[in-house]
Design a protein around this ligand. Sequence first.
Ligand code: FAD
Length: 410
Amino acid sequence: MTIGTELARAVGDANVAPIAGEPAAWQVAPAAPAEIAEVVRLAQRHKIAVVPLGTGIRPSADRGPRVQIAMRRMDHVIHLDETSLLVHVQAGLTGMGLEKILVPRGLSIGDYPPAVLVSTLGGILAVRTPGKSSVRHGFFEDAVVGVSAVLGDGRTVHTRVAPRRSTGPDLARALCGSEGTIGVITGAVLRIHRKPEARFAIASILPSIDAAVSAVYLALREEAALAGVRIYDAAEARIHFANATPPLPAMSEGEALVVASTAGPTDLAACDRDLVASAVAAEGGRTADTRLAELWWRRIHAGEPTPVAGPTLQVTATPGKVRAVYRAVCTATAGSGGARAHVSRFDADGAVVFFTLAGGEAARATAETAAREAGGYLLGARATALDPYLIGLRAALDPHGIMNPNALRD
Ligand SMILES: Cc1cc2nc3c(=O)[nH]c(=O)nc-3n(C[C@H](O)[C@H](O)[C@H](O)COP(=O)(O)OP(=O)(O)OC[C@H]3O[C@@H](n4cnc5c(N)ncnc54)[C@H](O)[C@@H]3O)c2cc1C
């Protein structure tokens, strides 16, 4: 029997197709974890790669013999517990698909950035990237209460869904971020939230980037649970709000614009907004029109277009190093057209500075060196290999190394 025929037996004739132009590559679209388990066992027997596919936002570079497991048919909500605020979903459902089910019930997956909405939940959990967080709701994987997966040896596992004090070691933590190298995530139990009763926006002009970063961390140290916050330097603000209504107020060169959003029960959201306002005042800031912050929020959460191309360099840094990274890159690139930037994705452990460099590749190399020397970490230079103990786990489950072999190479 050929592999194609065996795959058709596992998932049904209509749900297997050869990948065009490749003699030994198939795409299958299973409907259940049991079918995925069958496909993985079959791939182990034939020693061909297994590559999970969510929405394919980042198509893998895999070529050669493989079975691509498309998750599109596994897009159902299995159980919604509105009392415990938990939802059990299949991994092929997108964030947007889940939000469409939750919002009419007064619920939401939370204040996560758009990447979460357009991706499959399995893809989001498989790739832990720093973009998937908000101060208010933490990292998206923190919402994971349990994970179901088919491991590299074809075994199906469901991590224990119980109050945390009753659980021991948690395989879910290893599966999140493993990019399909340990197993195919088939479903997850996620913590969800009530839709906020109120949402407030606040915009302010600070005398400098240093003052703006200090104000944001002052508010965070006061435990303001912000739905989002961003700092623009003057050059970046002028470009992002070029034709905004209301217009951006005049800003001098060193100044910074801070926009923030708070959400939740009205009193709490107002309290968070007031914490930001006091922090801004303490750092010598002045208020700007809140509609600038509302426009920023609509751009990142309601699909309103941003009239600016994406940044060219992303650097993450601990709270104490953000200012130094910003200064170092601006100084180092001053002779090659300079840099403008915004800072966002604030967390207790750091923030991301998004630079747009005016110069070409040489400026980029200079900027990268300056950012590193100032204590920053270049994004894109994220972990590309599993930690040694996970390499051991992987080898035990998957002796032929067939599980997403080009992801997180070890
Ligand atoms: C290397 C890399 C770096 C990224 N960096 C960032 C970033 O810095 N910021 C940001 O916002 N976004 C980043 N992304 C985008 C991020 O991938 C998406 O937010 C999300 O993971 C894509 O979901 P998707 O459904 O389109 O998955 P896909 O693009 O289809 O798959 C993404 C990866 O996850 C694997 N995968 C998909 N579904 C499953 C599953 N159910 N079980 C196991 N593995 C699965 C795939 O094989 C593939 O390796 C990055 C993606 C990759 C691959």
